[in-house]
Design a protein around this ligand. Structure first.
Ligand code: ZN
Length: 182
């Protein structure tokens, strides 16, 4: 078990585009393990590498008792959409209605470099879209309807974890970021 601190809204790594994984080595497998452990401990339905301070295109998901991961994802989204509550481990306590594609076909690799395809709808599709957004520095509050987004930013500003001074409280991981100076 290697549970890592989860970076919170305000941490610049959450706004940084993550880079493609090139080496499918044991460091990557450790990252997938850390993501899985941290996600299950939270508990959460998904977790992307930037959320634990690593700027690589990797995420894990945990939907309906099934746990998986995906490296270097490429998404194909359905035109049909779904509405439903969405939250984020990096924005504690916030859950708001967010429109997403209803189904997704996600192509990428597993931690051994083997090509994999995830096909999902509803919750799995939502998680895959949310986590892939994290890899592009996008947060779910960016996807909200304008009025809800305003409400979200207000709730974030007033939240305890964001810091009473109005400046974001940045939690710094005590662990090395695997050579990435991010
Ligand atoms: Zn999130």
């Amino acid at each position: 078990m290697a549970i890592q601190p989860i970076r919170l809204f305000g941490d610049p790594i959450l706004r940084t585009k993550a880079i493609e994984v090139v080496d499918f080595d044991k460091e990557l497998r450790r990252l997938v393990q850390d993501l899985t452990d941290t996600m299950l401990d939270a508990p959460g339905s998904g977790l992307a590498a930037p959320q634990i301070g690593v700027g690589l295109r990797v995420f894990t998901w945990n939907i309906d008792g099934e746990v998986g991961h995906l490296v270097n994802p490429l998404l194909d989204l359905s035109e049909e959409t779904q509405d439903g509550d969405e939250g984020c481990l990096s924005i504690p306590g916030l859950s708001l209605d967010c429109r997403r594609a209803l189904t997704v076909v996600a192509k990428g690799f597993d931690m051994y470099g083997e090509p994999v395809t995830i096909e999902g709808s509803e919750l799995l599709a939502r998680a895959v879209q949310h986590e892939t957004d994290h890899l592009d520095g996008i947060l779910f509050v960016d996807r909200l309807a304008p009025e809800l987004r305003k409400q979200a930013m207000k709730e974030i500003r007033e939240s305890e974890w964001f810091g009473a001074s109005g400046s974001p409280m940045i939690k710094v991981s005590p662990h090395p970021t695997r050579g990435l100076g991010l």
